[in-house]
Design a protein around this ligand. Structure first.
Ligand code: ADP
Ligand code: MG
Length: 674
């Protein structure tokens, strides 16, 4: 008998239930015992004078009047009676549960769970309690399985298996953080006596979940290191010679991440690293140095960007950086002409070309590399796991450096990118002028537009962003077309206005962006489709209509489209926010330009789940722990896991026996790596 037994061993679990449980991710007894309630109803009765206003409580007393049901509307009803509790009479009402009338009779003892109104001394009933006093665990259920069924199964599993539960957290860790043994934790998660039991159990459950997750991560990384990769024996003198030619001094953060990357390259193992840095933090030059290091060792490098315009921009920048150095660079995208392709493919194959910049055209089958040593993926969240995989498998497991501008707090990034190591550029180049951000009400938008006009008069270009393309009466949002029409009336023919929206085909979007970059028009009206990373140095104003409809992350990314030169830049937020959170978002934007500060504030304002594209970035979902609210615990669990997993022979140590066995038996856990 072991916790890895199938749930089938429990009475009443046939094939149908097995399927229903499987839908909830429950296959084994272990899964069932760690399928925790998401809340508890406190069924213990309290003295009337101990109850807070609006508190959910159980009241126990004698039914003083026969329950009366009155119907109103089509399906609505109200059941009312009085409950005598010692010398107090409390009116109780139940809405839309007329059937309860049969269970309630004057003169009988009864316990009712509900919400207490302290002023009126009335109870709004939620359920009639039959069971003994205690805490009632409420489980996430599904269409095919009821929550009371889950509770019964948990009880049956507990009764049969509780002696087999081994504590997996090593004793020293448990002592250090005052955590419960696993048996107590599992018991108290499901059957707590009161809130303090439940809370203590939850604390241990969260820690265990984070810790096991981090242990698995560390072990995956170790396995990755053992499998050999390419050692890039680069020439440090040549690399320094390139650094000397840069028109600026690298920031401390850039130096640090370049060192991290170079150390990885040199090791005969496979690099899998995420480079994270706010817009404008200078990721491109870091990429360039990694590329050049690779090339000095005689290998090729490839850089893949999500769109043609970004690929072209990178190719152009890199061309400049490598001026006079032995780097043979080509651009390879979907619009590369067949005749050109025919010419360059053999040169890629024989190694004459040592740097290939492009879009997914890079990963097509016909593209065969000579010795691909490094792959860089820009804006990595834009590529599917599959595309990243193909590129990684080109050649002999090349080193991979992924770049992203999504500012996720460091600890979260470590979790969200799972198996990757993370390098963070947390410093902007010196002398960068902060973008001046102003928040204006919609009745001040004329002021904003006259400011726009003054910038146009100085020869600058302007982005005007609006959330929606279609007219939406309900939300009263302006649409891009209407704004486009209005601005054309205002500005043309002196200045030209362009339009970019989500309904356009990719090629259309790219040609509009290119025309804007070439200053063929001066005002670009756009829905949010402006590419992250597009660099139009002459654009100095980002004006955003209905700014309260965007999240902080989006606002920050949009703002990052300006301030890309030594010119003064501005971000104008036009918004009439309707609630406190939206007001705070506008204020935060005017207070800071720092993406990491913003993302931290965003976490605080929004809570987890929904933060800064964390969902889209492939953040694993935890069952009990909340990586945002419990960030501190997550990072402590990580430190402990790193410490243990990196100790030679950790799995031989007596303290770690149960842990090691548990990880062997439950390898995947609930990791959402895909
Ligand atoms: P991002 O991280 O958004 O990709 P880029 O690499 O495009 O940022 O860099 C933004 C701008 O800053 C570029 O024009 C680049 O030349 C410049 N830059 C990069 N590093 C430095 C530095 N250390 N000092 C001054 N300017 C720098
Ligand atoms: Mg960039």
């Amino acid at each position: 008998m072991s916790l890895s037994d199938s749930v089938q061993v429990l009475p009443g679990v046939g094939p149908k239930r097995v399927d229903a449980l499987a839908e909830l991710g429950i296959h084994t007894i272990e899964d069932l015992l760690t399928y925790f309630p998401y809340r508890y109803d406190d069924l213990k009765s309290k003295q009337l004078n101990e109850i807070q206003d609006d508190e959910k409580v159980t009241l126990r007393g004698t039914v003083a009047t026969e329950p009366v049901v009155s119907f109103f509307g089509r399906h609505r009803s109200r059941l009312a009676f009085r409950l005598l509790i010692e010398n107090d009479v409390v009116p109780v009402t139940f809405f839309n549960q007329p059937w309860l009338q049969k269970q309630i009779a004057a003169g009988e003892e009864l316990a009712v769970y509900g919400r207490f109104d302290g002023a009126k001394k009335t109870l709004s009933g939620m359920k009639v309690i039959q069971a003994a006093e205690g805490m009632d665990a409420i489980y996430p259920a599904s269409k095919s399985i009821r929550q009371s069924t889950i509770r019964n199964l948990v009880e049956a599993a507990w009764a049969k298996y509780h002696d087999d539960i081994q504590t997996v957290l090593p004793a020293p860790v448990r002592t250090r953080y005052k955590l419960l043994d696993r048996q107590t934790m599992i018991h108290d998660m499901h059957f707590p006596e009161g809130n303090s039991d439940a809370n203590a159990a939850k604390r241990t459950a969260k820690f265990e979940e984070f810790f096991l997750f981090q242990m698995r991560l560390q072990l995956v990384k170790q396995a990755d290191r053992i499998e050999s990769g390419l050692a890039i024996d680069y020439n440090i003198d040549q690399l320094n010679a390139l650094i000397k030619t840069l028109p600026f001094e690298l920031t401390g953060a850039q130096k640090r991440v370049v060192n991290e990357i170079c150390a990885d390259l040199k090791r005969p193992t496979h690099m899998n690293r995420l480079l994270q840095g706010d817009v404008g933090s200078g990721k491109t030059i870091v990429a360039a140095l990694a590329i050049y290091a690779t090339i000095t060792a005689g290998f090729q490098a490839a850089l893949m960007a999500p769109t043609e315009i970004l690929a072209e921009q990178h190719a152009e920048n890199l061309q400049n950086v490598f001026e006079g150095f032995p780097v043979n660079i080509v651009l390879l995208t979907g619009s590369t002409k067949a005749s050109v392709r025919k010419h360059i493919l053999p040169q890629i194959k024989n190694g004459e070309i040592n740097l290939i910049v492009g879009t997914h055209a890079l990963i097509q089958d016909e593209v065969v590399y000579d010795q691909l040593g490094l792959v860089i993926i820009d804006e990595q969240h834009r590529f599917g796991v599959h595309q990243r995989q193909i590129l990684r498998e080109k050649g002999t497991r090349p080193n991979v450096l992924a770049m992203t501008a999504t500012p996720i707090p460091r600890t979260l990034a470590i979790t969200s990118y799972g198996e990757m190591d993370v390098s963070v550029i947390d410093e902007l180049p010196a002398g960068r002028k902060p973008i001046k951000t102003r928040w204006l009400k919609s009745n001040q938008s004329d002021t904003a537009l006259s400011f726009v006009k003054s910038q146009l008069a100085e020869g600058r270009q302007v982005y005007v962003v609006t959330p929606l393309i279609e007219e939406s009466e309900v939300m009263d949002m302006r649409n891009a077309q209407a704004i486009y029409d209005r601005l054309r009336t205002d500005f043309e023919p002196t200045y030209k206005v362009g339009l970019l929206h989500g309904r356009m085909k990719n090629e259309e979007k790219e040609s509009v962006m290119k025309a804007f970059k070439a200053n063929e028009f001066q005002v670009l009206v756009a829905t949010t489709v402006i590419e992250v990373g597009v660099d139009v140095k002459n654009a100095t104003v980002m004006m955003i209509y209905d700014a309260d409809h965007f999240g902080l992350a989006q606002l920050h990314q949009l703002r990052g489209r300006v301030g890309r030169s030594s010119l003064d830049s501005y971000c104008l937020l036009i918004a009439d926010p309707k609630n406190q959170t939206a007001i705070e978002r506008m204020q935060i934007m005017t207070e800071t330009n720092d993406g990491f500060v913003l993302s931290q504030r965003d976490l605080e304002l929004r809570g987890s789940g929904d933060v800064l594209g964390i969902k889209q970035s492939g953040m694993p979902e935890f069952r009990v722990g909340d990586p945002v609210a419990d960030l501190k615990m997550l990072s402590i669990a990580q430190e402990e896991a790193i410490e243990i997993a990196n100790t030679d022979g950790w799995d031989e140590q007596p303290d770690n026996q149960a842990l090691s066995q548990y990880l062997n038996e439950n390898w995947t856990g609930h990791m959402a790596f895909d």
